[in-house]
Structures are given as structure tokens and as C-alpha cells.
Design a protein around this ligand. Structure first.
Ligand code: SFD
Ligand code: AMP
Length: 628
């Protein structure tokens, strides 16, 4: 075993993750911590300036309600989210973010984020809730503000949080290891914020071979939030609600600006608009088939029906959209100028947030004003902050409950999970979709206030069993030892009967999920029998994960990422199995229960791994309508 230094850090609030939600939490917590003499610490597996989903930047802020201008109300936003998620949403959580999110956006602007202006004192809207930005450096400036607020001594970068530390049923901190140095970290904390994003590469991606690893969701987020929450004993929710975005094919460029700003159509290869030709299908999905905008999963579904009918490829009609907008300008000189402007905006949309799509356009001689571009449904991701909903089951705010909801949705501190002292935000908190970058930051702020209130009201130091922590350390570092011990048993270190390398473990997980749990290869279709088979194979994979081998610290990171992913996979499979209906066609389809069942399944499905028994507990939780 290589020599590892054990570093102990004592803090009041530990923020795990350095993304949008964590930065929001850090900024807010720094303010309150100063007032109360408390210590706040951030740990990110990467460098905060470019970590998480916003690493490459973004081209839009997708949640801005416009309350002050009277554009929309908080209730409007709740209705939008409720409809988009086919009725399954925590209205208290959505409203709590919606009423504060505009203030966050104004802060971003104050810190230097360029938001497009319309020349009349307003913002340029991409759609009803979305604002256009020049966002290449979005994450840099948000991280910079968070770092300045907290002070560099309170920030640990390139440290991978691996496991929670418990004091009985309460949280007591977390352990992790450095990805650059032989250091094992033990963080003791009175409260822990889980802000480690969602998960990708649980399912086999479309990108294989030379494009391996390319995905829409950032490869850095590997299920740590779900793993951490589950292992601490937290109740989870909506773990069946994966997100499948439609994106420009092969480089995963965004479509929102095309659909909303450029008013583009997407068509099948015959030039038919599937949203019109397949509109009849919407009747099958109850009230959600009638709402505007059509829910994201149903938009996917209408497209997939054409793909399954052999009417692909599917195209975003970029040339047509650009022509339509520019032709609205009558003066030929002005029209030419407008055309150039639109071309620049089209390229910038990718350069701001998915540079590889611009590269793909360039390398395939694609000029958007000349020819359409292919779009496709991505592989499934776990992201509670976009149009998915997976995450922990957390308390809502006190003042947004009604008589019915307060017993089920409120237990003292906003965003606290069912385990005392754990707070979950951003992709890590469930059933509050459509918070995006701005809402995640806002949720971090809300939760940070609540977490510090919790710390003040629970000032006792957590008891940490150092023998148990030592055992964790040995287990976490074991893959290094195993590799070192056996690496010479074969001539090729990849082929060795004594250990499994993390990349191979990942491929195995992805194959199981792809084939049995509704991945790309099966057109996102699964069934009871397939899900049961997935569970059988996942159990065997989990046994083999005990024998992961790591050549160096980087591979050690990869080992634990795959352990985290496997738990995300298992809770997903178990929840899809439990919900005996199809509610989100276009995300997944249960061939054995192909219809929606409002009577029995208009409920949240919650899940919990019991740390005492190792058993899984599944339950239904009621949906309370709080707003009209
Ligand atoms: O249009 C550990 N999102 C968009 N939001 C917008 O507002 N506008 C857009 O234009 C957006 N687009 C978009 C978006 C997401 C993605 C992936 C793409 C494009 C390609 C959504 C937002 O980005 C998203 O809602 C927020 O970023 C969510 O915030 P948060 O904090 O929940 O997740 P994060 O920012 O990814 O941060 C996660 C952090 O955790 C760290 N981490 N740290 C320690 N130990 C571990 N084990 C860890 N595991 C992970 C990460 O390093 C990171 O710091 S559009 O296409 O939709
Ligand atoms: P995307 O680029 O797909 O992430 O979309 C950005 C934003 O626009 C998100 O808020 C989406 O929900 C929304 N959006 C994308 N496409 C459509 C569409 N066709 N109709 C309505 N909203 C959309």
C-alpha cells in the first residue's frame, strides 16, 4: 500500500461539490457564517472554475420568471413544471425556487455575466422562461464569486468525496481522497450539503469507439449525490424519472435556441413535422397531452415514433428557420445584415456551451443557413434540475405548505433530507425539475440558510468512530493495493484474473442498463422481466466491484465513480420496476404496462436503502396540489 497521509478537517457546514448549487450555497453561507462565527468548507472533485455541467459555459439561463416585470407569476411556473413532468412534481419546492430565482439572475448580471439586451431596457428571451446570454465564462465568474466569499483556505479542489460518515442516524461528515497527492481526507461536519450533480455513463452512450465518452451531460458527474444520500440512509424520490434530451446528433449541441428563439421545425426524412403528423398520439396521455408546451418526454415520443417507423433521420430545419426570420426584413441590405447576425448567433449557441458541435459542423462542411442538421434522442441521464426529476426527498419551506401538504412535505429545515443534517440541492434534490443553472444556484442559497440554522440549533460536535473511518480508508484505497500486488501476473495488465479495471466495469454496467433497463439499443423500452434480469446482473456486478484494481490515483477515482454509478443504476431499475405503468413515454416505455394509470400511479415513488439491514424499501407518497 502506498503511503497515504490522513488529513482531518473540522467544519460546521461541509458543501460537497463545487457546481452551480454549491456555489450558490457557498455565497449565501459565507454571509451568514461570518455573522455567527461558523466555518463553511467546499470540496470539489475538480477545479471549481470549470467543474460540473456548466464547465464549457452555457448559452442561456433557462429559469427566469420575470416576477417584477409582471411577465409571469410563481404559480405560472409551477403549472409549467407540473405539466412538463406529467403531474409528478413537488409544488412547494418548485415555487420556493421560482419566487427567488430572478434575484439570482440579477446577481449574475452584476458579477459580469453578459445577458442579451433588447434595446428597450429588457432582456432578450429565448422562450417564455429563458434568457439569452454570452455564457462561455459563466462558471468561471460564478465560481470566482463563491471562492472570494468563502476564502481559498476553506476550499478543497481535486478531492473526490467517496462516502458519508455517520454518527448513528445523523450525518457527521464525509471522507474522500485527493486525485493529485497521496492524501486521504476526513471531513467532520455538523451539516453536509450534497451538491455533487447527477449522473452520466450509467447507460451505454451513443458515442462509442473514436467518440467514446462524448455525452450531453458532463462526464465528471457520476452519481456521487445519489450514492452519498443512499448510503447515509436518505429517502430518495423520482428515481425512475431519467432525462433524455433531444440534441444535435453526435456532438450533443443544444436545441432550445432553435426551437424557441429561431422558431425552427424538426422533421422526419420525408419533411413531415412529427409534432403535427403524430399529434393524434397525444390523446393517449390524458390532460398532459393537451397542454402547451407539449411535455418534453411527449415531444421526444412523437419523434421516436417516426424513428421506430423507419422515417429517420430526423432533421432540425435550420436553413428554413434562418430564411423565415431573415425574409421578414424587407430592405435587402438590412436583410443581408440580419442573415449574418443569425448565422453568428447559430454558431455562438454552440461555441458558448457545446464547442464540439461547432467542430462537427465545421468538419462536416455544415452551414446552418444552407442545410438542415440531424437531431436525435440522447442516452438517459440522471439530472434533477432539468426535465428529469431524480434526487433526494427533501423538506419544503414552511410557508408554502397547505393543510394537506405540511405533514408530508415539511420537517423543519428547507432542503433537508430525511437524515438529520443532510441537505440536498441542484441535481441532488428530487421532484423539483426545471431549476437549471439559475434555479440550482438559488436552491443552494435557500438550503445554505437552512443548513446554518440547523447548525446553530444543533451545536453539538458529531461523534466520529475513527476505527470505522480507518476501515473505510482501507476499503477505499484497496484497488491500488490489488493492482500493485497482481499487475505482473499477466503480460497485459488489462487482462488479469485477479482484478477488474474500472473501464471494464463501466462497460459492463452500461451494457446491462442499455439492454435490460431501456437504453438506446432497445428504443428506451423495458419490462418487468427485463428489469428483473438487470437486477440479477447488477448484483453480480456489485460482487465483482469488490475486486476493482487501480494503477494510480486517477484510476482510483474511476473505480469509485463506477461504484457510485452502479448504485444509481440499481435504484433506477428498482423504481422503474415498482411503478407499474408508463407515464413518461419518450423517457422510457414499459412494454408490459404501456399506458398511464392516473388512479393508482399519480404518486411519487420513493426509495430507500436501509443501512441497518441492507434491504431496499419502496413506497408511494401523495401528490398535493398547492397552487392552481
Ligand atoms: O440548454 C463532486 N443546464 C442548463 N441550464 C441553464 O440554465 N441554461 C442552459 O443553457 C443549460 N443547458 C445545459 C445544462 C446542463 C448541461 C449538462 C448542458 C447544457 C450540457 C443545466 C444546468 O447546468 C444544471 O441545472 C446545473 O449545473 C445543476 O447544478 P448542480 O450544482 O446540481 O450540478 P453541477 O453544476 O454539474 O455541479 C456538480 C459538482 O459536483 C462535483 N462533484 N465533488 C466532489 N466529490 C465527488 N464525488 C463529486 N462528484 C461530482 C463536480 O465537480 C461539480 O463541481 S441546456 O442544454 O439545457
Ligand atoms: P434545451 O436546449 O433542449 O435544453 O432547451 C432549453 C430550454 O428550452 C429548456 O427550458 C427546455 O425545456 C425548453 N425547450 C426546448 N425545446 C422546446 C420546445 N420544443 N418547446 C418548448 N420548450 C422547449
Amino acid at each position: 500500500m502506498p503511503n497515504f497521509e490522513t488529513v482531518e478537517v473540522q467544519t460546521d457546514l461541509l458543501i460537497c461539490g463545487g457546481g452551480m448549487a454549491a456555489c450558490g450555497a457557498a455565497v449565501e453561507a459565507a454571509h451568514w457564517a461570518r455573522k455567527h462565527g461558523l466555518k463553511v468548507t467546499v470540496v470539489d472533485k475538480a477545479a471549481m472554475d470549470r467543474s460540473g455541467a456548466v464547465a464549457m459555459g452555457l448559452s442561456a439561463i433557462n429559469q427566469y420568471v420575470g416576477l417584477k416585470d409582471g411577465q409571469n407569476t410563481m404559480q405560472d411556473y409551477v403549472a409549467y413544471v407540473r405539466n412538463d413532468l406529467m403531474g409528478i412534481t413537488r409544488e412547494d419546492l418548485v415555487a420556493s425556487i421560482a419566487r427567488h430565482v430572478d434575484g439570482t439572475v440579477h446577481l449574475f448580471e452584476k458579477w459580469g455575466l453578459p445577458i442579451w439586451q433588447d434595446g428597450e431596457g429588457g432582456y432578450v428571451h429565448e422562450g417564455r422562461w429563458q434568457l439569452m446570454i454570452n455564457g462561455e465564462s459563466y462558471k468561471v465568474l460564478v465560481a470566482e464569486t463563491a471562492k472570494n466569499a468563502l476564502g481559498i483556505d476553506n476550499i478543497y479542489e481535486r478531492v473526490f468525496i467517496t462516502e458519508p460518515i455517520m454518527d448513528g442516524d445523523k450525518i457527521a461528515g464525509a471522507v474522500g481522497f485527493s486525485i493529485r497527492e497521496n492524501k486521504f481526507y476526513v471531513f467532520r461536519a455538523k451539516a453536509v450539503m450534497v451538491a455533487m450533480g447527477g449522473a452520466v455513463h450509467v447507460f451505454k452512450p451513443r458515442s462509442v469507439g473514436e467518440g467514446l465518452g462524448r455525452s450531453w451531460y458532463p462526464p465528471f458527474n457520476s452519481g456521487a449525490s445519489t450514492y452519498f444520500s443512499l448510503r447515509a440512509g436518505c429517502e430518495m424520490t423520482c428515481q425512475e424519472v431519467r432525462f433524455i434530451p433531444v440534441r444535435f446528433k453526435d456532438a450533443y449541441g443544444p436545441v432550445g435556441a432553435w426551437f424557441l428563439l429561431f422558431k425552427s421545425r424538426a422533421t422526419n426524412a420525408l419533411g413531415e413535422n412529427y409534432m403535427q403528423t403524430n399529434a393524434e398520439e397525444l390523446q393517449k396521455w390524458g390532460e398532459y397531452g393537451k397542454v402547451k408546451p407539449v411535455p418534453a418526454n411527449l415531444r421526444n415520443w412523437l419523434m421516436m415514433l417516426d424513428v421506430m417507423d423507419g422515417k429517420g433521420p430526423i432533421y432540425m430545419q435550420t436553413a428554413e428557420a434562418i430564411k423565415n426570420i431573415s425574409e421578414a426584413t424587407e430592405d435587402p441590405k438590412e436583410r443581408k445584415k440580419k442573415l449574418k447576425e443569425l448565422e453568428a448567433e447559430a454558431w455562438e449557441d454552440f461555441l458558448d456551451m457545446t464547442i464540439s458541435q461547432a467542430l462537427l459542423w465545421a468538419s462536416t462542411n455544415t452551414a446552418p443557413e444552407e442545410k438542415p442538421s440531424e437531431i436525435a434522442a440522447c442516452e438517459p441521464y440522471f439530472i434533477g434540475s432539468h426535465s428529469g426529476a431524480s434526487g433526494a426527498w427533501v423538506s419544503g419551506p414552511a410557508d408554502l405548505q397547505n393543510d394537506a401538504s405540511k405533514n408530508d412535505y415539511f420537517w423543519g429545515y428547507a432542503n433537508m433530507a430525511t437524515v438529520p443534517g443532510i441537505f440536498c440541492v441542484g441535481d441532488a434534490s428530487g421532484a423539483s425539475s426545471h431549476k437549471f443553472s439559475s434555479g440550482s444556484f438559488t436552491e443552494g442559497r435557500i438550503a445554505a440558510q437552512a443548513a446554518l440554522k440547523y447548525v446553530i440549533e444543533h451545536p453539538e460536535e458529531p461523534q466520529v468512530d475513527m476505527a470505522a473511518v480507518k476501515a473505510m480508508e482501507e476499503k477505499i484505497l484497496a484497488p491500488l493495493d490489488l493492482f500493485e500486488q497482481h499487475k505482473n501476473a499477466s503480460t497485459d495488465p488489462d487482462i488479469n484474473p485477479n482484478y477488474l479495471r474500472p473501464k471494464m466495469a463501466m462497460f459492463r454496467l452500461q451494457k446491462i442498463m442499455d439492454e435490460y433497463a431501456g437504453g438506446v439499443s432497445t428504443n428506451f423500452t423495458t419490462s418487468k422481466e427485463n428489469l428483473e434480469k438487470a437486477l440479477e446482473l447488477l448484483a453480480m456486478l456489485r460482487e465483482d466491484l469488490e475486486h476493482l484494481g487501480a494503477e494510480d490515483l486517477h484510476e482510483l477515482l474511476r473505480c469509485w465513480e463506477n461504484v457510485h454509478r452502479t448504485w444509481q443504476a440499481e435504484v433506477h431499475v428498482r423504481t422503474m420496476l415498482y411503478r407499474e405503468e408508463t407515464r413518461w413515454p419518450g423517457y422510457y416505455f414499459r412494454s408490459d404496462c404501456p399506458t398511464m394509470n392516473e388512479e393508482e400511479w399519480k404518486v411519487f415513488v420513493n426509495s430507500r436503502w436501509n443501512p441497518g439491514t441492507g434491504e431496499w424499501e419502496m413506497s408511494k407518497k401523495p401528490i398535493h396540489r398547492i397552487f392552481e
